[in-house]
Ligand binder design. Structure first.
Ligand SMILES: [Zn+2]
Length: 96
């Protein structure tokens, strides 16, 4: 008799339909959840790095011997990162 073996956990089923019924809820869903968790982990990592970058830029803005132009540029760049950051945070909530 032919056996249908689950490629994820090795459980054996008599009919392909039974295998399909086992695979879909047990493995497919768990897999997408795992992917989401990984994606969220990466996002938070990037968010943390962006926060760090903003901190560095703010520190640079406070340097005493910068020209007005340089100060303005640094402020613009950190503002841009802040906007991106806000967007990422919103996107992260939407994913969940
Ligand atoms: Zn299985």
């Amino acid at each position: 008799m032919k056996e249908y073996k689950c490629k994820y956990c090795g459980e054996v089923f008599e009919k392909p339909l039974l295998l399909a019924r086992h695979v879909r809820p047990t493995h497919k869903r768990a897999k997408t959840r795992e992917k989401k968790v990984v994606a969220i982990g990466k996002e938070s990592d990037q968010i943390n790095r962006s926060i760090e970058a903003i901190g560095i830029l703010k520190g640079l803005q406070a340097l005493p011997n910068l020209s007005q132009g340089e100060k303005k540029l640094l402020q613009e760049v950190s503002q841009r990162i802040e906007e991106l950051l806000a967007y990422s945070v919103i996107a992260q909530y939407l994913v969940v």
